[in-house]
Write a new protein. Structure first.
Length: 257
């Protein structure tokens, strides 16, 4: 059981509502459906919430933020003890969801900064520039499920900004090296080329989860490049034609390994 000296404190329904951003009406609804009640009362009959009930409200709000419906929350709370282990699991799940959301916000932030950078401080970007940004924003929505987007964002969050930038730099170096081999006609079974593609695959795997989930996002990423490579290559320092040729060459090397 979670407990400390503050467990003796009591809160009024108004205090709980103000502190948690929950309306009094919502708290009363929770009471009506048996999800969260106030076990203490003042001498005049006003309800008071205990520390245990405040913690329960936190669990309710956290589960709702994770998309769990109220009836399911009731079942989860009924089947789960209020202990350090279950609270840790909930906080970990909530943190993962927030980190995934932060990853999506970071991606959109970078897109918007790029758009603002094109304004040169005074001029409005033309509609084509806005369309390009919108297309980029929609790419992941149309090729990755919401769960896959969250997995990719979570991996980026785990790597951190420095790790992501280091991976990008490493990938750029591999692109240059493999382009040189592809355009020079180096055979696909050349050991040096095979090593470069192995490093390419290992680097790409850092952005994907392990197991079946990671394989699914990798497959979605390959479809993305197959179908939208022209658009993705717009913001790369290499032309779409060179990138398409490179990806074909990389596929040939994989088959020859």
């Amino acid at each position: 059981m979670i407990g400390n000296d503050d467990d003796r404190r009591l809160w009024s329904i108004g205090e709980v509502a103000r502190a948690t951003g929950t309306t009094v009406r919502t708290l009363r609804h929770y009471d009506e459906i048996g999800l969260l009640g106030a076990s203490a009362r003042t001498a005049s009959g006003h309800r008071r919430y205990t520390a245990r009930e405040v913690r329960r409200l936190y669990r309710v709000r956290a589960l709702r933020a994770l998309g769990v419906p109220l009836d399911e929350i009731q079942r989860v709370l009924a089947d789960t003890a209020e202990d350090l282990g279950s609270m840790r699991e909930l906080l970990t799940a909530q943190l993962s969801a927030l980190e995934a959301q932060a990853g999506r916000i970071q991606q959109l932030t970078a897109q918007l900064r790029g758009l603002l950078g094109r304004m040169d401080g005074a001029s409005m970007p033309d509609p084509e520039q806005f369309m390009t940004t919108l297309e980029t924003m929609s790419v992941f929505e149309t090729h990755f499920t919401t769960e896959q987007q969250e997995q990719l964002a979570a991996r980026r969050a785990e790597m951190g900004p420095e790790g992501v930038e280091a991976a990008k730099s490493g990938w750029a170096g591999l692109v240059e090296a493999l382009l040189a081999h592809a355009e020079a006609g180096t055979p696909a079974d050349d050991p040096e080329v095979g090593d470069l593609v192995a490093r390419w695959d290992a680097l790409g795997s850092r952005f994907h989860a392990a197991g079946e989930d990671g394989e699914a996002t990798k497959a979605a990423a390959r479809r993305l490049w197959d179908e939208r490579g022209e658009e993705l290559a717009r913001n790369l320092p290499w032309s779409p034609d060179r990138m398409r040729a490179l990806l074909r060459y990389v596929a040939e090397v994989r088959e020859a390994r």
